[in-house]
Write a protein that binds this ligand. Sequence first.
Ligand SMILES: Cc1cc2nc3c(=O)[nH]c(=O)nc-3n(C[C@H](O)[C@H](O)[C@H](O)COP(=O)(O)OP(=O)(O)OC[C@H]3O[C@@H](n4cnc5c(N)ncnc54)[C@H](O)[C@@H]3O)c2cc1C
Length: 464
Amino acid sequence: MPAAELLADLRALLGERGVVTGERLTGRVYEQHVGPVRAQVLVRPADTSQVSAVLGLCHARGQPVVPHGGLTGLVYGGAASEDELILSLEALTRIESVDVAGRTMRVEAGVTLQRVQEEAERFNLMFPLDLGARGTATIGGNISTNAGGMRVVRFGMMRSLVLGLEVVLADGTVLCSLNRMLKNNAGYDLKQLFIGTEGTLGIVTRADLRLASRPTSSAAAFVACRDFAAIPELLGMLDARLGGQLSAFEALWPEFYELTTTAPALSSPLLPYGHGMYVLVEALGADPGPDQERFERVLADALEREVIVDAVIAKSEAERRIMWAPREDVFQMDRYGPSHSFDVSLAIADMPRYLDTVRRTLQERVPGARQFVFGHVADGNLHISVCAGDAQRHAATFDEVERCVYEPLRSITGSISAEHGIGLERKAYLEISRTRAEIATMRALKAALDPRSILNPGKVIDVH
Ligand SMILES: Cc1cc2nc3c(=O)[nH]c(=O)nc-3n(C[C@H](O)[C@H](O)[C@H](O)COP(=O)(O)OP(=O)(O)OC[C@H]3O[C@@H](n4cnc5c(N)ncnc54)[C@H](O)[C@@H]3O)c2cc1C
């Protein structure tokens, strides 16, 4: 529990409403994936100057601070012990401006991704980042995790959609790197230090986001392939022949597809079971008739060449949504008990051999474990979920399952985290994907920017 003196200072600064303790805090329900939240105090500053003042007070007293956005992060980045103080960005929810000509939007960090998407649409523009947690995840959280999601193949990760940032450093210094220009090589690009660093180097308070034209055509299809060998060819065909419109390429392995299309899941099968792979493909463009024709022509060619063996094409927005549902229903494995969820990255060419190795070692070391795989694939990202059994077996096999999934990445220089980050959950395995020199440089940056180690301590790296 932070010292009484600090609490009094925080109350004087933020008022009673800005400091949440007791039942008002314990009454908040946290999802399991957030990790343990035992903090006794949560503060919710109303603007950047209050964030700065809070950090100034905490820095002076060496008080550890855990930033909270929408708490949809999946690696225990928001876990907070009794001695830590939660700094929630929930009151920073202003969309400040949209520059239509320059295609940018300036927002505060606590705005949800969905609100940003909807605001862009009002101006006939699009904010391209998209992920299942869009209604709750915040822009600050998206930045701090460098979120990826469904459209990375075309628009890149969050990093490529952030033009400028305002950040509060550990000692309360406001670092204004807001910037609406696409080109700005004036010295170091400091904003990069805070994208994907999970609140360990600074608190993101405002951001300039890059927008794109709002597509006026969207074509979607759910296709089946005989086996994984067809996937790179299908991807190559779509990429080359859709004129840059390919916006999503989501692969579903059969066990995952069956899981999310059988009760109690709400979706029904879109294509028969029994195929080796299923892929959800989406193209976004600006010319509905010709775009749809081109999309269907490419799929017809793929069918003729047996790159795909079956397909269903969405004929309406409602059908498009139905197609996405099995892919987005990612918590269906919970019916088999708690699951270990992984988010790895590797070359597409390495995927079949890697997955075989994981399957084989899991069978040997954790007999009976169920494995479900889906992923964005075109960007090298696979999501793997492993259900080992009930809560007791889940806990007992945790380390073994992690080793089965992570160790084979070492020899193929894959990444233990494609998009969710490291948080607490993956810290022990960081050395598989980062060299000693890289980790030492991370520590040096942490020491330079947060010498008292008060920002999200223990997340991503240990300082000593
Ligand atoms: C159903 C579902 C689907 C998902 N799909 C995807 C997906 O496709 N792709 C993907 O990348 N992720 C996905 N995620 C994970 C999650 O949505 C993202 O990591 C998201 O970016 C987190 O945003 P948040 O606001 O919830 O952050 P939080 O969970 O609150 O925080 C995440 C981390 O960032 C830190 N943080 C939060 N806000 C700030 C701030 N303003 N300044 C500094 N640090 C901060 C926190 O301390 C924590 O370490 C999914 C999650 C769910 C539940």
